[in-house]
Ligand binder design. Structure first.
Ligand code: HEM
Length: 468
């Protein structure tokens, strides 16, 4: 015991020496008890954190109760933390004990085995069935838009159905009609969970653990929705498993088979049905809201002419992307201006480390401000202007600074799926339709968007006019 006390003292001394030998992080003045909590309640957090970056630099700290958060605002410091020192910053600050999901699970041996298994399932389906699945949904979307017969409509729900059908087809070989009660229940539940996660009441639980002991109506609602979500997914998985023959083409089938084949991690922990359940949740949440938000943002340019010139009559394939620089640069510029996960997902330092020469103690929460990095004037000329040409010939190196999917150990698990989806959906929509504002509408929708975990555009109506 004496030895343990000595080691503890030495560790504290070591930390003190390390931290005092480095400069302390800049940041706004911290208020008694609440620290900088008010900074996090801003209605458009990515813009607010980017503005604070102009005052305090590309790395600064915010204090919230017992938690220190470090906000990273440039591509350089985000790369240093997420990619170069990935093993120091691969943790997550967990609110609800984490469960066994990938996106919010902490960095452990079990988590790595889980992520590896889901990653190979996704890679396999990208090679085998993804193209056909997206094509089918894009053609269905075309029919839905044709049926509107050029009336002014809000397309956000149709985009959500298309994106979610890609994932449910991949996950359990099933797609749903827009009016299906099963789909509506699933969407309403997932939407509420994502919105509640973005709520400052929930983030406050991390910083002020004592709040967990007080009645918190928002947290209670979150727990209720999580239970509802689990019941829905369980029902889907059970009916999938009840089929006579498990279809290995669907991700769930591959994962279930995978559990049997290499069930244990290097430390002998088992991957179980719960991991398959939570992976399904991750894919549905990660893959629906993000792609749908993207489709709502998309704008049109000379893409249509390029599609006609290069491909003539046929629809594009993902392998055509290098022959379609106008479309590819439009997608990159949209991902730069409106990264759909603008603050990524918070990371946690799993050991003492440093970023940009500043000491970062274990358990510090790291917020990669991707929105800030994408508007950094040191890297992007006229960062707030829409200039797709910056990604074309000569400006092609800009792609190096684009990081909408994060990086390192926590790189978006659905990156390949997302890239193929964004490319094909955008190409199909812009080839078949010209999107115009309704006649009585002369101004564009509010382009700042609404920022929660996902950056969405405010609801707006548009007319889809079929191309000749
Ligand atoms: C995580 C972006 C689509 C599944 C993330 C992160 C970002 C991101 C920034 C956090 C990375 C970090 O913590 O550093 C995007 C964008 C998308 C997209 C911009 C589309 C435009 C998808 C799709 C799926 C998906 C289609 C599923 C098929 C996930 C998962 C994680 C994640 C499971 C958690 C990874 C982990 O914690 O290890 N995504 N995403 N995402 N994304 Fe995506």
């Amino acid at each position: 015991d004496k030895n343990r006390v000595k080691i503890g003292l030495l560790q504290h001394l070591y930390q003190f020496v390390r931290s005092s030998s480095k400069p302390s992080l800049p940041g706004p003045p911290s208020r008694f008890l609440i620290g900088n909590m008010m900074e996090l309640t801003h209605d458009h957090l990515p813009i607010h954190l980017t503005n604070l970056g102009q005052r305090y630099g590309s790395i600064y700290r915010l204090k919230c109760g017992k938690t220190t958060m470090v906000v990273l605002n440039s591509c350089e410091v985000i790369r240093e933390a997420l990619v170069k020192k990935w093993s120091d910053f691969a943790g997550r600050p967990i609110v609800s004990g984490g469960g066994r999901n990938i996106s919010l699970g902490d960095y452990t041996e079990e988590w790595r085995a889980h992520r590896r298994l889901v990653h190979s399932a996704l890679q396999r389906c990208c090679q085998q069935s993804l193209h056909g699945v997206i094509e089918r949904q894009a053609l269905h979307l075309r029919k839905v838009l044709m049926d509107y017969q050029e009336s002014a409509v809000d397309l956000s729900e149709d985009f959500t159905v298309a994106a979610s059908n890609v994932i449910t087809t991949l996950a359990f070989g099933k797609e749903y009609d827009k009016t299906s009660p099963e789909l509506q229940e699933l969407h309403s539940c997932l939407n509420k969970i994502v919105a509640l996660w973005g709520s400052s009441w929930i983030s406050a639980l991390d910083s002020f653990p004592l709040l967990r002991k007080l009645p918190n109506p928002v947290f209670a609602r979150l727990l209720k929705e999580v239970a509802r979500r689990d019941a829905i997914i369980k029902q889907h998985l059970n009916s999938y498993k009840a089929q006579n023959k498990i279809n290995e083409d669907a991700i769930t089938g591959f994962l279930l088979q995978g559990l049997d084949k290499h069930q244990s991690t290097e430390n002998g922990e088992l991957l179980t049905d719960i991991h398959v359940h939570m992976a399904t949740v991750d894919l549905l949440i990660g893959g629906t809201e993000t792609t749908a938000a993207w489709l709502n943002w998309t704008v049109q340019t000379s893409v249509y002419e390029e599609l006609c010139r290069v491909l003539e009559e046929r629809y594009p394939k993902y392998s055509d992307r290098h022959r379609l620089p106008v479309l590819s640069s439009l997608i990159s510029e949209m991902l730069r201006l409106r990264p759909v996960a603008p603050l990524a997902v918070p990371h946690r330092a799993i050991r003492d480390s440093s970023i940009a020469g500043y000491f970062i103690p274990k358990n510090t929460v790291i917020i990669p401000n991707l929105f800030g990095a994408h508007h950094d004037p040191a890297v992007w000329s006229e960062p707030y202007s829409f200039k797709p040409e910056r990604f074309q010939e000569g400006g092609g190196s800009s792609t190096r600074f684009l990081m909408p999917f994060g990086g390192g150990a926590r790189l978006c698990l659905g990156e390949s799926v997302a890239k193929i989806e964004l490319f094909l959906f955008t190409a199909y929509l812009l080839r078949d339709f010209q999107f115009v504002l309704p006649q009585n509408e002369c101004s564009l929708p509010d382009l700042r968007g609404v920022a929660s975990v996902v950056l969405k555009i405010k609801a707006y109506k548009v007319v889809a006019c079929p191309r000749p």
